[in-house]
Every structure is written in C-alpha cells, then in structure tokens.
Design a protein around this ligand. Structure first.
Ligand SMILES: [Zn+2]
Ligand SMILES: [Zn+2]
Length: 154
C-alpha cells in the first residue's frame, strides 16, 4: 500500500511519526523509547521499517528525520486525530475522552473520509488538543467541488 493512503500504517507507527513531526521533524531512538515507554531495540527495528517504507531517513548516531512524504503523512495523521476528536467532542465526549477514544481507531480512518468530515465540519481551525491545519489536496478538492457546483447552478 502506498504511503499517504491513510491506511498504510498501524497505530503505533502513526503515533511515532506524529511525535517526530511535533518534535521538529527529527528524533533519536531514546526520545521515542522514553516517550512511549518502549524498549529502544524495538524502536530501532520500527525505525528501520519506517525508513524502508520511505517515511524516515536514518542518520547513524543522530537518529531519524522525516522525509518529505513522511512529513506530509505525519501532518495528515495529526489533522486526522484532531478532526476526529473534535467530532466526538461535538457529540458529547470530554476532550480527554475524545482524544483517548480516537487514538484507538484513528489509524483505520481513510484520508478520503477525513477530508470529507473536515469539509462537512467547515474546516475547523481549532481542535481539542491543538490547531488544525488543512492541506493543498483538500483545497484542490474544494475548488473542484465549487466549480462543479457553480456549473450545476447555471
Ligand atoms: Zn487529541
Ligand atoms: Zn480541512
């Protein structure tokens, strides 16, 4: 499965990429190991997988850096978390409950679904655990929809 499909990665890898993104795009094995209470050898193995998957570049002794594709996907993973958690908050959950629930299933939700929910919610800017950014693909999608809508109205 190609990256950026939204279903390419299991939950744990999604969490690591979000963490690296929010740490400025680079991280060391030990940063992740301590943040997630995981054995460093497990992280090394996961980093190797994410490197061969095209998400990370590995620099010996300096840790990992997100590739352009990794950065784009990580930004989407964060938006997906924030859109879905905001959706649950608008349906009665507390922010903390929403974040915890979403973490259990967010890695299963496709980009297409997230883009549509985002649009339906009016591209909200503020999530329950941070700002929500919107990507270029979404605006292309919106521009196409607007053009279609206008041509239908005539
Ligand atoms: Zn959250
Ligand atoms: Zn949006």
């Amino acid at each position: 499965m190609s990256p950026h499909s939204g279903l390419a990665l299991p939950a744990r890898k999604v969490e690591y990429l979000k963490f690296i993104f929010e740490s400025g795009g680079t991280a060391r094995t030990n940063d992740i190991a301590s943040a997630f209470s995981v054995d460093p050898s497990t992280i090394t193995k996961t980093f190797a997988e994410l490197t061969s998957g095209g998400y990370l570049l590995h620099t010996p002794y300096r840790g990992v850096t997100l590739t352009d594709a990794g950065r784009r996907d990580a930004a989407f993973f964060i938006r997906r978390h924030r859109i879905l958690s905001l959706m649950l908050v608008r349906n009665g959950l507390s922010p903390k409950e929403a974040c915890n629930e979403v973490r259990r299933f967010e890695s299963m939700v496709s980009k297409k679904a997230v883009d549509r929910i985002c649009e339906f919610m009016g591209h909200p800017r503020q999530g329950v655990c941070g700002e929500i950014t919107h990507d270029d693909e979404e605006s292309t999608l919106n521009a196409e929809r607007m053009a279609l809508k206008m041509s239908l109205e005539h």
